[in-house]
Write a protein that binds this ligand. Sequence first.
Ligand code: DAH
Length: 355
Amino acid sequence: MSDIKKIKDEYLDKLSGDINIENLNQIKTELFGKNGSISNSFKKLGSMPSDDRKKFASDLNSIKEELQEKINLKFQEIEIKEINSKLENEKVDVTLPERDTQQGKIHPVSQVIDEISSIFSEIGFSVEEGPDVENENYNFTALNTPDNHPARDMHDTFYLDNKKELLLRTHTSPVQVRTMLKSKPPFKIIAPGRTYRSDSDQTHSPMFHQVEGLHIDNDINMGHLKGCLNYFIKEFFEVDKIRMRFRPSHFPFTEPSAEVDIGYEMKDGKIVIGEGDRWLEILGCGMVHPNVLKNVNINPDKYQGYAFGIGIDRLAMLKYGINDLRAFFETDLRWLNHFGFDPLDVPSNYRGLSR
Ligand code: DAH
């Protein structure tokens, strides 16, 4: 048997066995590499007598083609085998039980802030934010509450420095000042956020939440304030009718000032908003004091408007029947699982924030 026939038989034999991709590459090199058996056989052609050369060349070419074809087929075969085994191993077993996952819950305060923002955005309010660490000017002085004003003591302020220049904001009202300094009237904004006072019991927590409202334009009066709050309370508590009363009050930054109560009654130990002859205080409000407008370079003879401040935690407690404020901030997962909301739990009055 000629040398090249031997090579052919030897390699056809190897190629028909159970080989992997490395073996196959090795075979390819052994045959067709720089010093491979087939490559070397071609090198012999030059030194052959011309009579033998023709036949040898034709035999060699057909052996080369046969082996190359076998190698290509083997490559395909191995590739298909690999794909099949991958498919086999990565098969999804649809009969397996569902994995235990923990779905997070939305905190009632976050939920209520979303609801409030959505309701006010329906009537043209946009949402503003301010920092938790505030300066005493924006928190007090610019809001017509100068040094030594008794209202400062009532706020139980957390000061952050000895000079009492930096503090944790005691209310969201400084966002009024920041907003009005930033651009020109008209303004129609709400500002929800965290607020801080040194106070703690069943209905007070050192950190709590408020939403500030501010509407300034040429001809805004208390009627607009009443209409706006009436609309908000009905939407928030999802009732058609409410009873609401304005009680004269005092805030340094509004004149006149009022506190607003809503009517409720107790039914089966639960508070029902809108009916009955009991009153519940829910917010403070008034017409923005001319001094506040002057402090932010707005002419009070040209512009006027109303402002209000609502306790968010209290609204959440009332709407969702939660009776201890402190639980809001105790980060107890069992509590959150009970009172929290699923991400897709859209309240019936929620219309999205983007409109
Ligand atoms: N900032 C007040 C507080 O924390 C609440 C408040 C009352 C805000 C009247 C207002 C307002 O904007 O007009 O007690």
